[in-house]
Design a protein around this ligand. Structure first.
Ligand code: SAM
Length: 236
């Protein structure tokens, strides 16, 4: 029987970040919504990016650990979950409450005009070359201009294992200008403040990935938060 996957009831032994530390908070006011959004990503990563308990996961722009919460609920753990973010409060909470022998979090001081405007210019993701089986980057390229997207795509290529996959979301449409910050009349939402929504033209975005050494394995248009699309990428 193929129906929607069952909702998971939050496990009270797994800590959840307070509401104000939940990125995308308006979608996650209730604990079951937060937990099930993480669980849903884990199911997708399992289905589309080869995630399993023996895999090494790099959660780039991890926030306060939404994916880690999903992994703990659905799989218990993976071989190595490494969450990386630029916001000290989120990483501090996650390291204090979610870290254990299989889960860890690292703060990076990279510049992002929305989330870390005083950070250093950098495309760094702290992981060794070829060491990551699954990169998860939910709603991170959605808040970056093209130079950063190109730079980080090259980093993702560097850290991916030969058979690894990167599962990323972005605002991508066809027949629009190459890259627009906070586009007017897009998706019926009001985009406000630096890098709230950076929308890409599909072929332009895929060329950026290709130039960085990444090929598109899968593209799913418009089904993620606020109308973002999913890319599954591999080394080319
Ligand atoms: C919209 S939030 C998504 C959080 C998380 N991925 C989720 O889906 O719950 C985007 C996250 O990317 C982080 N971020 C932005 N630029 C970054 C960078 N250069 N390196 C690491 N994290 C970054 C932000 O601090 C923020 O937590």
């Amino acid at each position: 029987m193929n129906g929607p996957a069952p909702e998971i009831v939050p496990d009270p032994t797994i800590p959840l970040p307070p509401y104000e530390l939940r990125m995308g908070g308006r979608h996650f006011k209730k604990d079951p919504a937060f937990v099930n959004a993480g669980v849903r990503d884990v199911r997708q990563l399992r289905q589309r990016a080869g995630l399993g308990r023996r895999k090494r996961v790099l959660d780039w722009g991890c926030g306060a650990g939404r994916l880690a919460v999903g992994i703990k609920h659905l799989l218990g753990h993976v071989e190595d979950y490494h969450g990386v973010d630029v916001q000290p409060a989120l990483i501090g909470w996650a390291q204090a409450h979610l870290a254990d022998e299989h889960h860890r979090f690292t703060l990076v001081d990279a510049h992002n005009a929305r989330y870390n405007p005083r950070g250093r210019p950098s495309f760094d993701i702290p992981a060794d070359d070829g060491s990551v089986d699954v990169v998860h980057g939910y709603s991170v390229f959605s808040h970056m201009l093209a130079d950063d997207v190109a730079g980080y795509a090259a980093t993702i290529r560097r850290i991916l294992a030969p058979e690894g996959r990167a599962w990323l979301t972005a605002f991508v449409e066809e027949e629009v200008p190459d890259c627009v910050e906070n586009p007017d009349d897009y998706l019926d939402l009001r985009w406000d403040g630096a890098l709230h929504c950076v929308r890409y033209e599909r072929h332009f975005f895929e060329q950026l990935m290709w130039d960085a050494g990444l090929a598109v394995s899968e593209f799913v248009h418009g089904k993620e938060t606020d109308g973002q699309s999913v890319y599954v990428l591999r080394r080319r």
